[in-house]
Ligand binder design. Sequence first.
Ligand code: MTE
Ligand code: MO
Length: 199
Amino acid sequence: MATFTRGFHGKRRGGDDRLPPGQYLTDDFPVLSAGPTPQILPSEWEFTVETETGQVHRRSWQELMALPSETPTVDIHCVTTWSKLDTTWQGVSLDVLLEDVETAAEYALVHSYGGYTTNLPLEDLLDGKAWIAYRYDGEELHPQHGGPARLLVPHLYFWKSAKWVRGLQLLNEDSPGFWETAGYNNYGDPWREQRYADD
Ligand SMILES: Nc1nc2c(c(=O)[nH]1)N[C@H]1C(S)=C(S)[C@@H](COP(=O)(O)O)O[C@H]1N2
Ligand SMILES: [Mo]
């Protein structure tokens, strides 16, 4: 696990240096959903990765549960300006889920049950930066927050963390998702305050 030296300021848990520009801290966990909450039973859940050559890799809920999981503690930042520090999750790293996937694609379009989509460079899902999370704060992930499982990509604005995730489409060309098509930034780095298309 990486250790970070925080330089001369040495503020390890203080809020300020962990709060991106234009954000405020909240202890609540607001629910932001563009539509109704889909009800997906684990028995019917599956996670699909489709490569740019049309190869399809599927994992059932049971298979997901059998994979090694991690328990990341991360800060999350919603574009509507709330941030929440030290959220704790359990999930499977995308590094594990993409291990046996052969691809030269540079982009991913994430698909959710219910039709939501969001796009990001494939490299933003790799190297310990993203998980398929199925537990939050020690409990099963609540349906409103994306249960049974959601994507967790905490280094980008939280709209990239697709709830009710059902798969990845790996693409040679970038393809904007739901909010990215509606004027939000294509990448969404909270530290560079990339909220809207031209930021
Ligand atoms: N499927 C799906 N995923 C989604 C959304 C959505 O509307 N549908 N909203 C996004 C947005 S804008 C945010 S801020 C977070 C909110 O997650 P939360 O409701 O668990 O706080 O989920 C993201 N993932
Ligand atoms: Mo959001």
